[in-house]
Design a binder for this molecule. Structure first.
Ligand code: KIV
Ligand code: ZN
Length: 588
């Protein structure tokens, strides 16, 4: 790169528009949309679509609600000509959909374009010629007057052939694009557009479309907006013209340019799905439409089935949608940071309660509205906080960890994920939880079928059963507790007792509740270290008579350490007893 880029590049001269109005406008309704996927998008593909791929895409665009679709450049390729004929002859175009064809201002090309459209119900014939100083100088070697003459001649040639379509009942709208408009002097763009208007004679009842392309983004989007407002203000017979925007994305601001162009008075927007198109692409129509949607404006386009639309797009174009592409990307509804996950979790549960206006932090829209699932919202990696871990357990398995327990399990899970060095799924997370809490049967384990609880007087319970005490398995090569957990997670079994000769010891205990009775049995009869139960919570895991109960217990050891345990059983009493044992075992 150059040390002083000004020796090679220069700033684009903005339009003088001291009283610009667009900054204080707002967008309150959807523009007229026109998809140019099958033309501008298609011509930018390494392998252009074949007829059947184009049909596939056409049907999908119709399904999304596009009423104007630029189907091709029929004079430039036989495939595009054949495609038009198939659409028309097989009556594939719904009555409320207009097909549009691009053509240069040349007689033979105009002739072929008209021929390709015979029999259609509603068409737009879109003529363009390039108008910028660089195009005039290098590409055409023509003066401004000569460039105007090309446009006027082309406009007349089209007008002269219209009867061939209208005679058969085709409704024709005419469109002119001064290509490279944004790099053209506005006065000249106005002059050439008005010259075309003089030929086509649009009226408020039968408007023409004036499309003002940002063929190559050469300036900031506010400058494009100034250009659009300047044209809207100064063009003669404005009420007979639909002003259309056609932005590309060379400076990465195609969406902004279109939105500001709408503020500046434009009525119509051309673009493609996911921004396919020459170089950095065309405007991504999905983005502008979804931006309206997130402001509560009906975009008049339906992207409810975003996933199918992406599959269609990838199948027909061979392109992919980037994971962070606004709205459509795979990672758009994924939060990696713990604080984001926490906020999303709270926001989602708040939204569940009021169900009115969407105000969930970090999620611009409800992923569900475009067929994205909540489970895509959060994945757990080593950066995820306790909130992300808890959210995944709750959303995927209905496990509602008590707050304090989230604080305990979050770092344990993160540690394992960190050592694995990758993201983990909800199922893996649940496995970790099960290994850490539910499957803890050392040093103390209970012979389930020996356990019995009975009441003995008011507020008094007595339990009997058998426990055995086995020391922890020691892995000499695994120095830390964390490594041991890792070993568990990668399936080194710590709990296989079948080969061990267990000696079961009977116990009896009494207390003012089942948990207190069991705690008494463990401490006073079986000889476990002293503890007291500080918190107890239970929940059911699934509905129906076979529903499993999940119990959470927090204990405080003699040294004041707070430790959580969890137990699962179809019998809620047994679930809580197992939770006590899990906490005692975890206390070590
Ligand atoms: O980008 C452009 O200028 C075009 C025109 C042909 C409308 O695609
Ligand atoms: Zn274009």
């Amino acid at each position: 790169m150059l040390k002083s880029p000004s020796s090679k590049y220069q700033r684009f001269d903005p339009v003088s528009l001291p009283n610009r109005r667009w900054p204080s406008q707002t967008i309150s309704q959807a523009p007229i949309w026109c998809s140019v996927d099958l033309r501008d998008g298609n011509q930018a593909l390494a392998v252009p679509m074949n007829v059947s791929q184009k049909l596939d895409m056409f049907d999908a665009l119709v399904k999304c609600g596009f009423k104007e679709i630029e189907v091709g450049f029929p004079s430039a390729s036989n495939t595009e000509f054949a495609f038009n004929r198939r659409l028309i002859e097989e009556k594939r175009i719904p009555d409320d959909v207009t097909i549009q064809c691009l053509v240069q201002a040349r007689e033979d090309l105009i002739e072929k374009t008209v021929e390709s459209l015979i029999g259609a119900k509603k068409v737009v014939i879109h003529m363009y010629n390039s108008t910028s100083p660089a195009q005039r100088k290098y590409v055409f070697g023509k003066s401004k007057e000569e460039i105007i003459a090309v446009a006027v001649k082309g406009a007349q040639m089209i007008k002269d052939r219209l009867h061939r379509l209208t005679a058969g009942g085709t409704q024709v709208t005419l469109q002119y694009s001064p290509e490279s408009f944004s790099a053209t002097e506005v006065e000249f763009a106005k002059e050439i557009s008005e010259a075309v208007m003089d030929v086509w004679q649009p009226t408020p009842q039968h408007k023409m479309i004036l499309n003002l392309p940002d063929t190559v983004e050469v300036c900031m989007p506010n400058v494009y907006a100034d250009q659009i407002e300047w044209i809207c203000t100064n063009l003669k017979n404005r009420e007979s013209v639909i002003i259309s925007l056609h932005t590309h994305n060379d400076r990465g601001t195609g969406t902004a340019a279109t939105e500001l162009g709408l503020l500046a008075g434009a009525d119509r927007v051309e673009g493609t799905l996911f921004g396919n198109g020459e170089r950095t692409g065309n405007l991504d129509i999905v983005q502008v439409a979804m931006n309206l949607y997130m402001h509560g404006i009906d975009p008049q386009l339906d992207f409810s089935d975003m996933s199918s639309l992406i599959h269609m797009y990838e199948r027909t174009t061979g392109m992919t949608v980037a994971p962070r592409h606004p709205y459509s990307g795979e990672l758009v509804f994924t939060a990696f940071s713990g604080s984001h996950q926490d906020a999303i979790k709270k926001g989602l549960s708040g939204y569940e309660q009021h169900k009115t206006i969407w105000d969930v932090p970090y999620l611009t829209i409800d992923p569900n509205d475009i067929s994205r699932e909540y489970r895509e919202v959060i994945r757990v990696n080593s950066q995820s906080g306790k909130g992300g871990v808890a959210y995944l357990l709750e959303s995927e398995f209905g496990i509602e960890l008590p707050k304090d327990m989230q604080r305990e399990f979050g770092p344990i899970a993160n540690d394992i994920v960190d050592k694995l060095g990758r993201e983990v799924s909800g199922t893996e997370l649940k496995d970790m939880f099960w290994k850490e809490y539910i499957e803890r049967d050392r040093p103390w384990s209970l012979a389930d079928d020996s356990f019995h609880m009975e009441t003995c007087g008011i507020h008094s319970f007595r339990c009997t059963g058998k426990v055995c005490h086995r020391p922890e398995v020691v892995f000499p090569g695994l120095p830390t507790e964390e490594n041991k957990r890792m070993a568990e997670f990668v399936s080194v079994s710590l709990t296989d007792c079948s080969t061990v000769n267990l000696s079961w010891k009977p116990f009896t205990g009494q207390g003012n509740g089942p948990i207190a009775a069991f705690a008494d049995a463990l401490i006073t009869d079986a000889g476990a270290p002293s503890f007291e139960v500080t918190t107890y919570r239970e929940q059911s895991l699934s509905s129906g008579t076979e529903a499993a109960a999940l119990a959470f217990i927090q204990i405080k050891t003699a040294t004041g350490k707070l430790v959580w345990g969890a137990g699962v059983d179809t019998n809620i009493e047994l679930a809580s007893i197992k939770a006590v044992l899990s906490a005692v075992n975890r206390a070590g």
